[in-house]
Design a protein around this ligand. Sequence first.
Ligand code: MN3
Length: 212
Amino acid sequence: MAFSLPSLPYDVSALAASGMCQETLELHHGKHHNAYVTALNGLVESKGLAGKTLEQIVAEAGRAGADGLPVLNQAGQHWNHTLFWQVMKPNGGGDSLPAQLGAKIDADFGGLAQFKEAFKQAGVTQFGSGWAWLIVDASGKLKVTKTANGANPISTGEGTPILGADVWEHAYYLDFRNVRPGYLDNFLNKLVNWEVVDSLLSSGGLKSGQSA
Ligand code: MN3
């Protein structure tokens, strides 16, 4: 098998009115994400990845440290973007959450506003390229964290991501120029698909269904 670029769960123009224009999605999904998939497929044979799932590859590359980076850069980014497209929708975001997710956020962060602020701060303070995450940690508690470049909470062993925001400049430069905080505010208030985040909380996280 080979890895493949998953289709967007909405039209490429569908998020434009919610702050992510068609050109951003064409470049980000069609060029950036596709390049990670192509590069990862190019590593399958030389790195002995055949038969492994994407999640296995990400976890093993993370545990390998510096030696795992060439694989993690591509495999992590393939996984990260696969989640990212799923956790957005047109006219998403806002403060109306499914009951289970809302109650869990209230219990673990003290309220939705506190969660949003923590998530935004994680994204803003990730120096250079990376990701902000909402994860379920080993004790079952929700936690906000951030990772650099192509890493993610699976590769670091921190927990199971159920929401991720790409803070590489390619994610927001066309729509928000250099203003990363504005992009993250928009993500939380106009783009997040809370129903998908709630279903990932129930199901134990995204299974890409992909393997080498
Ligand atoms: Mn990206």
